[in-house]
Ligand binder design. Structure first.
Ligand code: CTP
Length: 412
């Protein structure tokens, strides 16, 4: 497929190098047209090297090839990223001052804009009107992601992740002109990893959770268009790019972070392994081994059940209905019941909307790269099995969450 990739003059232009890579690795022939302003951020040499095609932003280069007409005509797809407020305005009013705007006027195939700008610019009535105009003419304009912007400010206006733009572009070419990513505009909070409960300044009670499943979920939710907040307890893997990370250590810290984030979330996924108990006392100084006293005994107290509290405090959430709350259960069967029977009882007890059930043995789940789960739903639909790599399982879980959010009635 022939793709024209227009690059606008915003700091997010650097992320478009990854988008270009995704297109070329998928076998597409990409011609990059950077605006003059964008070359202050990324030079044309980068685009030439990565695309393998000559790059120009002037209608007066290679005039004999009539590029200002040809590129738009021949493109199967035109993608503009980052689409700045200025570029959206020029496209909406049909301006043709440079090679990119000429190409947009000559485009025969689908056109996708991936906006990036400061929140106030995105929300300004002028930009809203320009976006409406472009959409009414059949162009696809993605919703920008929310999060930290160039300065200290944050809000909607971040360029969607390259993977998100790529997927939207492919869907557009397949004829889904009203395509929106399934979690576009949604805020998803995910807890991941294992909590650590201190005994003294150097020792803690912990667990074997690696955080891989939570991180894979964060990636899948991000790729589905969500704004993701990752509440990261101890993890063996780094958090992914493009998500907001809140570090926590103990169950109590995770509880505070989760309850705070939930109020602003559409979905909360509790994939962290939370310690059910913590030492009743935490010594300020390192506990010494001494020959003259008895061996120390550690007394434990119960930690709050965060999942249950989230369910109890479920409020209206940004989407106007209660948050969709997803729990995880690591279950083993025994003589009194099988894994699914225990998991169904846990789903009812905890009151969450979805329960992702892992069947555990000593060598399963923790730290492994693959997984096999059953997803149980409070809405009464059939249990859904998913297995494969943690990435594949996460995509299935996020797919199910999107389905519940978009097609199942509001939660109480
Ligand atoms: N969880 C939680 N707060 C806790 C313990 C667990 O929010 N203090 C969450 C986990 O993140 C997970 C779910 O509850 O999503 C299930 O955890 P699990 O340990 O399997 O269930 P328990 O309630 O501890 O049940 P049991 O130990 O009786 O199997």
């Amino acid at each position: 497929m022939r793709i024209v990739l227009g690059v606008g003059g915003g700091i997010a232009a650097y992320k478009v190098a990854s988008l270009l890579r995704l297109f070329t690795e998928a076998g597409h022939d990409v011609t990059v047209i950077p605006t003059e302003a964008s070359t202050r951020f990324i030079g044309t040499a980068t685009w030439e090297a990565l695309s393998g095609n000559p790059v120009s932003n002037s209608v007066f280069d290679d005039v004999h090839l009539v590029n200002h007409v040809r590129l738009g005509h021949e493109a199967d797809l035109v993608v503009v990223a980052p689409a700045t407020a200025d570029l959206l305005a020029k496209a909406a009013t049909g301006q043709a001052g440079d090679l990119l705007t000429n190409t947009l006027l000559m485009a025969h195939g689908p056109v996708l804009f991936a906006p990036a700008m400061h929140t106030e610019m995105w929300q300004h009535a002028a930009t809203r009107a320009n976006v409406e105009t472009l959409r009414s003419r059949g162009a696809a304009v993605l919703e920008p992601a929310s999060g930290r912007l160039t300065g200290a400010d944050s809000g909607p206006g971040r360029l969607p992740e390259p993977q998100v733009i790529f997927e939207a572009a492919m869907a557009l070419v397949q004829g889904q002109s009203d395509y929106q990513l399934p979690l576009a505009g949604r805020i998803v909070t995910i807890s991941a990893g294992g909590t650590r409960e201190p005994l003294d300044p150097v020792r803690f009670l912990g667990n074997r959770s690696s955080g891989k499943q939570g991180v894979a979920l964060a990636v899948a939710a991000r790729n589905a268009g969500a704004t993701v907040r990752l509440l990261a307890a101890h993890m063996d893997v780094p958090p992914p790019a493009g998500v907001e990370v809140v570090r926590v250590e103990t169950a109590l810290q995770l509880r505070a972070a989760a309850l705070d984030a939930a109020a602003r979330s559409d979905v909360v996924i509790m994939s962290a392994a939370v310690a059910d108990f913590r030492p009743a006392e935490v010594s300020d100084t390192k506990i010494k081994k001494r020959d003259d006293t008895a061996d120390p005994v550690i007394s434990l107290v119960r930690n709050p059940d965060i999942l249950q509290e989230l369910v109890e405090q479920r409020n209206s959430g940004p989407a106007g209905s209660g948050q969709l709350i997803v729990g995880f259960a690591a279950e083993t069967g025994d003589s009194q019941g099988d894994v699914l029977a225990y998991a169904e009882a846990k789903l009812r007890r905890k009151g969450c909307d979805l329960l992702v059930v892992n069947h555990v043995g000593t060598d399963k789940v923790f730290g492994q790269d693959s997984n096999s789960v059953v997803i149980l739903s409070r809405s009464g639909s059939e249990p859904q099995e998913a297995s494969g790599t943690k990435t594949e399982v996460s995509e299935a879980i996020i797919g199910r969450i999107s389905f519940e959010l978009n097609h199942v009635s509001p939660r109480a």
